[in-house]
Write a protein that binds this ligand. Structure first.
Ligand code: NAG
Ligand code: NAG
Ligand code: NAG
Ligand code: NAG
Ligand code: NAG
Length: 818
C-alpha cells in the first residue's frame, strides 16, 4: 500500500517536471509573420527552422511545388485571405509536422489531393469550390479535428470519405448555394456543425433539420426565407426522434412569424436545451391569420406529438419586428407560458411582458435593453421560482413599484435594475421587497438619499453607483446582512458611518465629492475589510492628516492606495498623491503651536533678563551706540580727520574717592618736569555741550594711553568701569596696547562684581603697576609710568590745537605692559 502511494507520488513529480520542461517550448515556437505584407508570392528567404508561418492577408495566387520544401519544421501555416485559385496538397508532402493549415478566404476552385497525415486543423472555408473538396485521402487524416469546407452544392455521397472520422468541428460555408440533397449532412460525424448559408438566398430548411440530427452543437448563420409560410417545408415527424442537437444557435434570422413559431415548436419538442437566436427579424401576415394559425398549429402539434421537450434556455438578442398590425399579447403569452429555466430577450424594444397564468418554471429572466415600464409583473404571483431577474436598461421609474413587483417572488435573490430611470417618490410611497432578495443593483438611476428608506432588509450586496445620493442618512432601518455597498459616482461629501449596516465588509465610495474624509470611519465600521475611496477631490490640509493616519493604521484596507488618492485642493498641491503629502505635527496642532510659541517667548524673556540684569547688556548696547554715533559724527564733521588726533599722552580714569591721590600725587608727578606730559581729565578738559559719555569717549580717543587707577573704590564706581570698557574697546579697535592699570590698593577678587567680567579678565591677564607703599620705590614707579606714556605728540598741537597730524612721527616707547 505504502509503496504504491510512493510510486504514485514519484510519477506525479515526474509528470510535473516533464510538464515544466515541455511548457516553455510550446510557447517559444519560431514564428515568421508576413501577414499583410502585400506579397504576391511566398518569400524565398524564410528561416529554415520556422515552425509558425503567417502569410495571411497577402496577394499570393499560386503555390508551386517547391515553396515549403525548405521548411521541414513547419507546424502552423496560415494562408488565409489570399488569391490562391488552385491547390495541390502535394506541396506540403515534405512538411510532415504540419498540423494547422488555414487556406480560408481564397479563390480555390480545384484541389488535388495528397495524404497529409498529421493535420489537425484544415480550413478550406470561404473558397470557390463547386462541390465539396473531400477526397479519398481525407479518410486517413486520423488526427483531423477541425474541417472547414465550402461548396455550392451538397450531395449525399460527398461526405462518404470522412464518415468514419470523429471530428470536433465541421465548418461549412455555402455562398452561391444551389443544391442540397436532403440527409447529406447526416453522413458527418462531428460534435459541432457550423454552417454559414448564402446571405441572399431563401434558406434550405433541410439543412436545419439534418444539422440537428447530425451534431450536438449546431450553429447556422443567415436564415432568410422570403417565400410565404405556406411553402414552408414542415419537418418530417420521424425526424424529431433522431435529433441529437442540444445547443442550437441561429444568427441573422429573417423569417415570417409563423415560420419562427414552427421552428420554435420543433425545437421545444426536441432534445435542444439551449436555443440562441441573434439578429432576429420577424415579419408576417396580418394578425387574425397569425392568431388562427398559431392556435391551430399548437393544437395539431400537441396532438401529433406527445413528446416533452427538454429546453432550458432561450436567448433572443437584437430582435426587430416588421409586423405592423400585430397582437402582441399572443407573443407575450407565448413567452410567458414557456416551460423553461431561463429566458433572455435582449435588445428587442419590448414594452411589456405578461405574468404567467400558472406557476412558472422560470429561474432566470434577462430582459435587458428593452422598453419595459413599472407595469411589469405587478401583482404577479406565479414567478415564485424566479431567482435572478435582470431588467438592466429599461424604462422603470418608480422604486416602490419595483419593490412591489418583487414582493411575490419568493425565491428572488438577484435583481438588476441598473440604467433605468428610477427615482424614489415621496414618503407616502410604500416599499415592499421580497425577503429573499440578497443582491440588488440600482446603479445608474436617479436615486437620492431617500433610497435608504426603501431597501430590502436582508440585502447582502447593494450597488447604488452613479446616482444622486448626497448623504447616507442616520436613523435608517438597519440592514444587518449588508456586506458590500457600492456608492461610487454619487455626491457624497464624506464617508458614511456604519450605523445602518454594522456588518459592512466592502465599501466603494470612489468618485464622490469627498474633500476631507472623516477619520472615525474604521471605528464605526469594525467589519470593513476593504474601502475604495480613491478618485475623490481630496483637499490636502491639516484635517486630512487624520485620514492619512487612518490609512496607516488600517493595514492596507484602502483599495487603490496610493495611486488613486490624489490631492485636488489647494491648487498648488493639485496632482500630489496623498501618500506624498506631509504636514508637520506643529503646523496642524493649534495647542501645540501656542505652547511652543509661549515657551519660546519665555526663553527669550529669560535670556534678555539675564543679559540685562546679570551682564548689564542694555548699558553696553547704549554705550556702543553712543560710541558709534560719536564716531559717525566725527566722520561727517571732518572727513579729512579720519585718523584720530592725539592731543594727550594719557586719559586718567579713577574713582572720585581716589581723586585726592590723583590730584596730589599722579598729576603733579607726571605733568612736572621737562617731559611735560599732557593728561586728559574729563573734569578739566570737559567740552561743554557734549554729554558725559561723549566727553569720556572724546578724551579716550584723543589720548595715546588710558590710565586706570584701580582700587576697591574704582570697582564700586560704575563710571570708571564704563571708561575702562571704552578704553578697552579702543584697545581692540586700534589694536594697540593702550591700557595702563595702576593698582592703588589691592583688590580682592571677590570684591569685583561678577558682571565686571571684563575688568576681571584684564586683571587676570595683564600685569599692572602697583603703587608702592614704600616711598623709596616711588621714584621707580613714576619713571616706569612716564616711560609707558611718553610719546612725542604732534608738534603742531603745541601751537595750534585745531590742526593735527597723525601719529606718523610719534616716537612710541616700548610699552611697559605686555
Ligand atoms: C501576425 O501579425 C498580425 C498583425 O500584423 C497578427 O494579427 C497575427 O496574429 C500575427 N500572426 C501570428 C501567427 O502571430
Ligand atoms: C527576405 O527578403 C525580403 C526582400 O526580398 C526582405 O524584405 C526581408 O526582410 C527578408 N527576410 C528575411 C527574414 O531575411
Ligand atoms: C490566420 O489568419 C486569420 C486572419 O488573420 C486569423 O483569423 C487566423 O486566426 C490565423 N491563424 C493562425 C494560425 O494564426
Ligand atoms: C426567395 O423567395 C422569394 C419569394 O418567393 C423569391 O422572390 C426569390 O427569388 C427567392 N430567392 C432566391 C434566391 O431564390
Ligand atoms: C443579459 O443578456 C445579455 C444578452 O445575452 C448578456 O450580454 C448579459 O450578460 C446578460 N446579463 C446578465 C446579468 O446575465
Amino acid at each position: 500500500m505504502g509503496s504504491l502511494t510512493s510510486i504514485y507520488v514519484i510519477a506525479c513529480v515526474f509528470l510535473l517536471i516533464l510538464w515544466g520542461n515541455v511548457q516553455p517550448t510550446v510557447e517559444n515556437k519560431i514564428t515568421a509573420n508576413y501577414s499583410g505584407h502585400l506579397l504576391s508570392e511566398v518569400p524565398k528567404n524564410i528561416s529554415v527552422h520556422t515552425q509558425i508561418l503567417d502569410l495571411s492577408h497577402n496577394r499570393i495566387s499560386e503555390i508551386s511545388n517547391l515553396e515549403f520544401i525548405s521548411l521541414p519544421d513547419l507546424q502552423v501555416l496560415n494562408l488565409s485571405h489570399n488569391l490562391i485559385t488552385e491547390l495541390d496538397f502535394s506541396v506540403f508532402t515534405f512538411n510532415q509536422d504540419l498540423e494547422y493549415l488555414d487556406l480560408s478566404h481564397n479563390n480555390i476552385g480545384k484541389a488535388y489531393c495528397q495524404r497529409l497525415g498529421h493535420l489537425r486543423h484544415l480550413d478550406l472555408s470561404f473558397n470557390k469550390f463547386t462541390i465539396l473538396p473531400i477526397c479519398q485521402e481525407f479518410g486517413i487524416m486520423f488526427h483531423l479535428e477541425y474541417l472547414g469546407l465550402s461548396a455550392m452544392m451538397i450531395r449525399r455521397s460527398d461526405f462518404k470519405y470522412v464518415t468514419h472520422l470523429q471530428l470536433n468541428t465541421v465548418f461549412l460555408t455555402l455562398e452561391d448555394f444551389s443544391l442540397y440533397e436532403p440527409l447529406s449532412l447526416t453522413a458527418l460525424n462531428t460534435r459541432s456543425l457550423h454552417i454559414v448559408f448564402a446571405a441572399n438566398q431563401n434558406f434550405s430548411f433541410s439543412l436545419l433539420y439534418d444539422g440537428m440530427i447530425t451534431s450536438e452543437n449546431l450553429k447556422i448563420v443567415n436564415l432568410r426565407y422570403m417565400l410565404s409560410h405556406k411553402y414552408f417545408p414542415f419537418p418530417p415527424s420521424e425526424l424529431l426522434k433522431k435529433i441529437k442537437a442540444t445547443d442550437l444557435t441561429l444568427e441573422t434570422v429573417d423569417l415570417e412569424w409563423i415560420v419562427i413559431l414552427q421552428i420554435y415548436l420543433l425545437v421545444e419538442r426536441s432534445p435542444v436545451e439551449h436555443l440562441t437566436v441573434r439578429n432576429l427579424i420577424f415579419r408576417g401576415p396580418v394578425v387574425e391569420l397569425a392568431e388562427y394559425k398559431f392556435v391551430s398549429l399548437l393544437r395539431s402539434l400537441g396532438q401529433l406529438l406527445s413528446l416533452r421537450g427538454s429546453m432550458k434556455t432561450l436567448t433572443l438578442e437584437h430582435v426587430r419586428n416588421k409586423m405592423y398590425y400585430f397582437n402582441q399579447k399572443i407573443l407575450y403569452r407565448q413567452f410567458s407560458e414557456m416551460n423553461i429555466d431561463s429566458l433572455t430577450i435582449y435588445d428587442a424594444f419590448m414594452p411589456h411582458m405578461l405574468c404567467p397564468e400558472k406557476p412558472s418554471s422560470f429561474r432566470y429572466i434577462n430582459f435587458s435593453h428593452n422598453a419595459l415600464t413599472d407595469l411589469l409583473f405587478q401583482n404577479c404571483k406565479t414567478l415564485a421560482n424566479l431567482k435572478l431577474l435582470i431588467l438592466h436598461r429599461n424604462k422603470f421609474e418608480s422604486l416602490s413599484k419595483v419593490s412591489l413587483m418583487t414582493s411575490q417572488m419568493k425565491s428572488l435573490r438577484y435583481l438588476d435594475m441598473s440604467s433605468n430611470l428610477l427615482r424614489n417618490g415621496g414618503a407616502e410611497e410604500r416599499c415592499q421587497w421580497t425577503d429573499s432578495l440578497a443582491e440588488l443593483d440600482l446603479s445608474s438611476n436617479q436615486l437620492t438619499e431617500s433610497v435608504f428608506e426603501c431597501l430590502p432588509l436582508n440585502i447582502n450586496k447593494l450597488d447604488l453607483q452613479n446616482n444622486q445620493i448626497g448623504s447616507v442618512p442616520r436613523g435608517i432601518a438597519e440592514l444587518k446582512s449588508l456586506q458590500e455597498l457600492n456608492l461610487a459616482s454619487n455626491r457624497l461629501a464624506d464617508l458614511p458611518g456604519c450605523q445602518g449596516f454594522t456588518g459592512l465588509e466592502i465599501l466603494n465610495i470612489e468618485k464622490n465629492l469627498i474633500l476631507t474624509p472623516s477619520a472615525d470611519f474604521f471605528g464605526s465600521c469594525p467589519s470593513v475589510k476593504e474601502l475604495q475611496a480613491g478618485q475623490n477631490p481630496f483637499k490636502c490640509s491639516c484635517e486630512l492628516q487624520d485620514f492619512l493616519r487612518l490609512e496607516r493604521q488600517s493595514g492596507g484596507k484602502l483599495a487603490g492606495w496610493p495611486e488613486e488618492y490624489v490631492c485636488q485642493y489647494p491648487e498648488d498641491l493639485s496632482g500630489t498623491q496623498l501618500n506624498d503629502f506631509h504636514l508637520s505635527e506643529l503646523a496642524c496642532n493649534t495647542t501645540l503651536l501656542l505652547v511652543t510659541a509661549l515657551l519660546l517667548t519665555l526663553v527669550l524673556v529669560a535670556v534678555v533678563a539675564f543679559l540685562c540684569i546679570y551682564l548689564d547688556m542694555p548699558w553696553y548696547v547704549q554705550m556702543l551706540w553712543q560710541w558709534t554715533q560719536t564716531k559717525r559724527r566725527a566722520w561727517h564733521d571732518c572727513p579729512e580727520e579720519r585718523e584720530t588726533v592725539l592731543q594727550f599722552h594719557a586719559f586718567i580714569s579713577y574713582s572720585e574717592r581716589d581723586a585726592l591721590w590723583v590730584k596730589n600725587e599722579l598729576i603733579p608727578s607726571l605733568e612736572k618736569g621737562e617731559g611735560s606730559i599732557r593728561l586728559c581729565q574729563h573734569e578739566r578738559n570737559f567740552i561743554p555741550g557734549k554729554s558725559i559719555v561723549e566727553n569720556i569717549i572724546n578724551c579716550i580717543e584723543k589720548s595715546y594711553k588710558s590710565i586706570f587707577v584701580l582700587s576697591p573704590n574704582f570697582v564700586q564706581s560704575e563710571w570708571c568701569h564704563y571708561e575702562l570698557y571704552f578704553a578697552h574697546h579702543k584697545l581692540f579697535s586700534e589694536n594697540s596696547n593702550s591700557l595702563i592699570l595702576i593698582l592703588l590698593e589691592p583688590i580682592p577678587s571677590y570684591v569685583i562684581p561678577a558682571r565686571y567680567h571684563k575688568l576681571k579678565a584684564l586683571m587676570a591677564k595683564r600685569t599692572y603697576l602697583e603703587w608702592p607703599k614704600e616711598r623709596s620705590k616711588r621714584a621707580l614707579f613714576w619713571a616706569n609710568l612716564r616711560a609707558a606714556i611718553s610719546v612725542k605728540l604732534p608738534r603742531s598741537f603745541e601751537t595750534n590745537e585745531e590742526q593735527s597730524d597723525v601719529m606718523s612721527n610719534c616716537n612710541i616707547t616700548q610699552p611697559l605692559i605686555k
